[in-house]
Design a protein around this ligand. Structure first.
Ligand SMILES: Cc1ncc(COP(=O)(O)O)c(C=O)c1O
Length: 478
């Protein structure tokens, strides 16, 4: 590896090389076992004689910083290497704007519970790995988009066309290829849309309880965020502040309560947006998985005025690690959104885009979703039946018609806070999550009594056992 060294005055050069290399070893910038450059090569790079370098190397070896292996070179010795990770300088000189204070990144290293009813991730075992590997290999051919320099920011034309067809057929979204912008997950779609539409101090309405990363994003961009209650028909439109410039909503499967926004409420929301001159972001994050009960048209396809930005993601249908989502936007926003995408990350990785286009075009994606839907339907049914059989003394479950989780509530006559239940369940190896995590107002009825049961992570065969353990926990607590 090239080592960066600065040369001092003539006469101090050997000493300078020794000091800089020993410091790099002590501070962990050079790790145990790492090779130093051959003395001849380093001398040539620095424009000094080979002896100058060789004397410094001898001193390093004599003091145990390096070991020399004949014919192989000089290596950092185990004994003197710091073993510390390389760190930037400490200090509090540079600080972030106050809006970032207290915001933390959730850990991805949680130990899974023995019975994991966690939400947010699909079952990785269902991912069509062999097909994906084949499509990625196809994308790595000579002449592929990867080797063609920067790509067009809104996405590869064939992927935009494939997504437009996919959402047109599966969700009746009205979109041509030009209306689609490929993003790094749904999260980037929210970011681009907000930066294009909203300025500091503007009011954004979000559902309460709701999806925290979006609320936090809006706040970080300087917006004033107002939570709006969700009832059994969806977001309560009459409570949206009239000054709201933007409304973020999850009508197909409200996150986290699972409510599907009724048709009347959908039309009311669209009419409200018209009157208030506001824009709606429709987050349709997991409704490719559905379980009867009749899907309703998305706001995007009911909208006649071009006020809805429809956001989708492949995080649930495939896996979140791909970081691929999309935005369907009215024509008036095509150009600013394309520029915002370019300013953000230029474009989404072309190998992933190309492979996904192939998966969609060859019908592999649709077949995968149908198969996964059957698996999830079985798990969902099992949870609903199990809760009714084992847990109906304590819980009511809301059998929502889409997605990868169910919402449940402690019955009004159960004298427990839901967090006491989730803590005791965790100790018993049952992973369930309280709604309080997703509520800005932790004292609301939903936050105090509600929790979510996901079925992305748990196999059908483990569900009954997990619910019986939960029953034992509740019996003990009450
Ligand atoms: C409400 C909601 N929207 C969107 C997403 C997907 O986000 P992304 O595509 O950035 O992974 C999730 C994932 O958990 C979600 O819960």
């Amino acid at each position: 590896m090239d080592v960066h060294l600065t040369l001092g005055a003539v006469g101090e050069r050997t000493d300078g090389i020794y000091r800089q290399l020993s410091a790099a070893i002590i501070e962990g910038r050079l790790a145990a076992g790492e090779a130093l450059p051959p003395s001849r090569a380093l001398a040539a790079t620095l424009g000094v004689s080979r002896t100058t370098v060789a004397v410094a190397y001898d001193r390093l070896a004599a003091e145990g910083f390096t070991v020399t292996r004949r014919g192989a070179g000089t290596f950092v010795a185990e004994a003197r290497a710091s073993g510390q990770a390389r760190r930037a300088p400490h200090g509090r000189t540079v600080t972030a704007r106050p809006v970032w204070a207290g915001r933390t990144v959730p850990s991805t290293e949680r130990a899974p519970a023995a019975f994991d009813f966690g939400i947010g991730i699909p079952d990785p075992a269902l991912f069509p790995l062999a097909a994906w590997r084949r499509q990625v290999a196809n994308e790595l051919q000579l002449g592929s988009a990867l080797l063609n320099g920067y790509a067009h920011p809104p996405g590869l034309p064939r992927l935009r066309a494939a997504i437009a067809r996919h959402v047109g057929v599966s969700r009746s979204v009205r979109a041509g290829a030009d209306d689609v912008i490929v993003t790094s997950g749904a999260q980037q779609a929210f970011d681009l849309a907000t930066r294009v539409l909203v300025g500091p101090g503007d009011v954004i309405a979000v559902e309460e309880p709701g999806y925290p990363p979006v609320r936090s994003l809006f706040e970080s961009l300087g917006a004033t965020v107002v939570g709006v209650r969700v009832d059994e028909h969806g977001i309560v439109v009459s409570e949206i502040p009239p000054r709201a410039r933007l409304v973020y909503t999850t009508p197909s499967h409200q996150f986290p309560t699972g409510v599907r926004t009724s048709l009347t409420r959908r039309l009311e929301l669209l009419a409200w947006a018209e009157t208030a001159n506001a824009v709606i972001i429709e987050d349709d994050y997991d409704s490719e998985f559905h379980y009867g009960g009749g899907a309703l048209d998305p706001l995007q396809s009911l909208d006649r005025a071009g006020r809805v930005l429809y956001v989708g993601t492949f995080s649930k249908t495939l896996v979140p690690g791909l970081r691929i989502g999309f935005l369907v936007a009215p024509e008036s926003l095509h150009q600013p959104l394309a520029v915002a995408k370019r300013l953000s990350d230029w474009h989404t990785d072309t190998v992933t885009q190309g492979a996904l286009a192939r998966l969609l075009d060859e019908g592999i994606f649709a077949a995968h979703v149908r198969r996964a839907n059957r698996v999830y339907a079985g798990r969902r049914e099992r949870i609903i039946e199990g809760v009714e059989r084992e847990l109906s003394r304590w819980l009511d479950v809301v059998p929502s018609v889409a997605g990868l989780h169910l919402f449940a509530q402690l019955r009004a006559d159960v004298p427990l806070r839901v967090t006491a239940v989730t803590d005791a369940a965790a100790a018993a190896g049952v992973g369930i999550q309280s709604i309080a995590r997703f509520a800005h107002n932790e004292d609301s009825e939903q936050a105090r009594r509600g929790f979510v049961l996901g079925y992305g992570a748990i196999e059908e065969a483990s569900i009954d056992h997990g619910l019986r353990r939960l029953r034992d926990v509740l019996t003990r607590l009450t």
